[in-house]
Write a protein that binds this ligand. Sequence first.
Ligand code: NAD
Length: 249
Amino acid sequence: MIGKVALVTGGGSGIGRATAIKFASEGASVVIGNRNEKAGQETVDLIQEAGGKASFCRTDVTKLEHLQNLVKYTVDTYGGLHAAFNNAGVHDPQAMTTEQSEETFELLMDVNVRGAWYSMKCEIEHMLENGGGAIVNNSSAAGVIGFPGHAHYVASKHAVLGLTKTAAVEYAKQGIRVNAVCPGGVETRMADTFARGDSATREYIKSLHPIGRLAQPEEIANAVVWLCSDEASFVLGQGINIDGGLTAI
Ligand SMILES: NC(=O)c1ccc[n+]([C@@H]2O[C@H](COP(=O)([O-])OP(=O)(O)OC[C@H]3O[C@@H](n4cnc5c(N)ncnc54)[C@H](O)[C@@H]3O)[C@@H](O)[C@H]2O)c1
């Protein structure tokens, strides 16, 4: 990734932070687009302390003008945009389908689906004019199978795969590769809130994974950066399951 420029939405924590660090360690300049400035700046500091290049641009992925600004900021700061990880996401509190709220539905569709679409729209518009690029969206194992109690999250992550496959075939001939990662449980703040601080629930979630543990964020980051590299030049329209065997059962 030497000489390449990457952006990461939701890069202030978890999988996004690990991926931003990985991009930078492979020689890319990285822009962190995050709603939370303090967390985003912490990722920038970590990268700079390790000798890498990174900047922060405050971004709420539910707002089109923020994504337009994020792409412009990236290009103005580092001279291009070659790779993007559309990772920002939120999940729903556990509730049966009949008990889920309107507010949760709107929030999840707004951040997870609209956010992925707006991100791709702005990135692709730039890449079409500038020789292509690679995009990875963060779906989930919940984009592949159902999870009782999480209808809205599952629906939003299935939608992310739909957006991924469609954009991939639309822009394949223009040198833009669009893929997704579908992680199983990953040791992040989101996994903590899924388990609601309850160790029995955490153990149950672990037990769903044949490997017997959750992933570290770096294990997802490795796949994202590979998908954005030239080594993945024939890979597009895929949702790569990185889930310790969860969806193989
Ligand atoms: N942790 C898991 O088990 C797991 C599994 C599969 C997929 N995922 C997906 O991975 C992605 C990252 O989650 P994580 O586990 O690292 O959790 P996380 O909570 O640490 O990261 C989510 C990030 O998204 C950002 N964000 C939320 N709403 C935003 C908005 N409107 N605009 C910009 N940024 C926003 C947050 O600030 C945060 O930095 C999410 O899309 C999540 O659905 C997580």
